[in-house]
Design a binder for this molecule. Structure first.
Ligand SMILES: Cc1ncc(COP(=O)(O)O)c(C=O)c1O
Length: 492
């Protein structure tokens, strides 16, 4: 601290750097470290487990006294940066993670510099988010009168969408009265392959997990439409109150594409809210080639989707779109006097985003989305989606060509599930072997697929939402799986 400051001045000294020149130099070197990390991503291991001594070093006491920018930067470089999830690497092929782009480093830096709160008011960040929402509405053929909100991801987008659905379809003032089962239990439908965020939403909304009916799937994991009709009929006969159906343009396990057109027609017939869990699947509809497979998507009452998955915006960013703006706002708005809008000045800008979701304080996620979409353009992002689908099909062919490998289900979109299979081994033994193969691949840093179970059998699940993957990465993956599988069989 500056020795010439009086005690009062010292007390009032802000948290800004004392030496801006030194801070600037440090910030520049950190930016270089971030860019080195991004540029060299293919050269390193996909995943580096955090060593025990690094974990121990992180477990410090609460920092009551200042350590200073330099020390924290050194800690960050040594103890945090090297141990990322790995999804920026071309052979990260597990779960459903996007790969991000270096542009995100610029956008996130600027968002931090602006430190905007997008709960409401009238400032530039609000207009950026409105622009992003407006673009997404256009991309998914939603009317310009619809509404939306940029959120952390599809889980929260689903919570917002189904809160609006509950409000719209309850038949009584569910916001004031809460859920009233005596008026008919509110029930909804999704396939047994749907993502767990839908069930979790039913739980959080007080509807109960059992109120989400699990509709069986066909032999390629798509919602069985006949079974959906029957489930609705059964519930109506039992005096329940069906209120929504959730369709998946791509299921998380296998990339199965539900018949959204048929689901939307059933929703229309029964006056049900049609929600689409478009986390990554909806993004495939940005490709003109793939779009016909998602007919009906444009008739949804709400769509949840992620920017951070197949669009590669850096984590975290998703969006919810809701066809009826009035319902969306009425389902959430609760503004007290301290949040009153003014006709002019900073408190203008009505309606405020806090009226469309549970959060009042909201960061400037929209900036990185705005930056990314302008930087790369939708056409290029859609081309990368098509590349990934071609790569999944290619991997499927590689699997079929190897006698020791078998496809667990036909490749759909960007997901290929397969397993190493040796004659004379039981499914239990093969489950263990395939699980071991995946762990070995991850621990060696060569590749990071994940696993799932299909018909009770463990499958190596390769999800390709990665703009850096090339065909050669899949040649290498298959070679490694076979090599590891053979070695494991020898040890059985
Ligand atoms: C189909 C599907 N829905 C929902 C989600 C949840 O999305 P998020 O992790 O962004 O909350 C996922 C995540 O992988 C998903 O694949």
């Amino acid at each position: 601290m500056d020795e010439r400051l009086s005690p009062l001045e010292e007390q009032e000294h802000s948290l800004d750097p004392d030496d801006w020149a030194a801070f600037r130099a440090r910030a520049h070197s950190m930016l270089d470290a971030a860019l080195d990390h991004a540029e060299g991503v293919r050269d390193g291991a996909v995943w580096t487990p955090m060593p025990e001594d690094v974990k121990a070093a992180l477990a410090e006491p609460v920092p009551m006294d200042a350590q200073g920018t330099d020390k924290v930067c050194e800690d960050l470089l040594a103890r945090v940066l090297p141990y990322a999830t790995g999804n920026t690497h071309p052979r990260f092929l597990g779960w459903v993670h996007g790969a991000g782009t270096p542009g995100g480093i610029i956008a996130d830096t600027m968002a931090a510099a602006m430190n905007s709160n997008l709960g409401g008011r009238d400032h530039g960040a609000i207009y950026v988010e409105r622009q992003v929402i407006s673009w997404v509405k256009k991309l998914f053929d939603f009317p310009h009168t619809s509404s939306g909100l940029v959120v952390s991801g599809t889980s929260i987008a689903t919570l917002i969408a189904l809160t609006a659905a509950r409000y719209a379809k309850a038949g009584y003032d569910v916001r004031r009265q809460g859920v009233r089962p005596e008026k008919g239990r509110l029930v909804g439908y999704t396939s047994s392959e749907a993502h767990s965020c839908i069930a979790r939403t039913f739980d959080m909304l007080g509807l109960g997990l059992d109120a989400l009916r699990s509709v069986p799937v066909d032999d390629v994991y798509r919602m069985d439409i006949v079974a959906l009709r029957q489930a609705i009929r059964d519930d109506l006969e039992a005096g329940h109150r069906p209120f929504c159906v959730v369709g998946s343009p791509a299921t998380v396990n296998t990339g199965a594409v539900d018949d959204l057109d048929a689901i939307s027609r059933i929703c229309q017939e029964h006056d049900l809210w049609f929600h689409v869990d478009g986390a990554f699947g909806a993004v495939a509809a940005l490709s003109e080639t793939l779009k016909p497979r998602f007919k009906g998507l444009e008739r949804a009452d709400s769509i949840a989707l992620d920017f951070h998955k197949w669009m590669h915006v850096t984590y975290d960013a998703g969006i919810v779109l809701i066809r009826r703006e009035d319902i969306h706002r009425e389902a959430f708005t609760l503004r007290r006097e301290y949040l009153t809008a003014a006709p002019r000045g900073l408190a203008a800008g009505n309606p405020w985003f806090c009226e469309y979701g549970p959060e009042l304080s909201r960061g400037f996620r929209a900036l990185k989305v705005w930056f990314h979409l302008k930087e790369h353009g939708i056409r290029r992002i859609a081309e990368k989606v098509e590349d990934n689908c071609r790569q999944a099909a290619y991997l499927g062919e590689l699997v079929k060509a190897r006698p020791e490998l078998e496809l667990s289900t036909p490749v759909s979109l960007n997901i290929c599930c397969f397993r190493f299979a040796a004659p004379d081994l039981t499914d239990t033994a093969l489950n263990l072997i395939n699980e071991e193969i995946v762990i070995d691949l991850q621990e060696s840093g060569v590749a990071a697929p994940s696993t799932t179970r299909l018909n009770g059998r463990l499958a190596i699940r390769v999800n390709i939402t990665n703009h850096r993957s090339t065909m050669a990465d899949f040649d290498l993956l298959v070679d490694e799986v076979v090599k590891l599988g053979r070695a494991l069989v020898e040890r059985v």
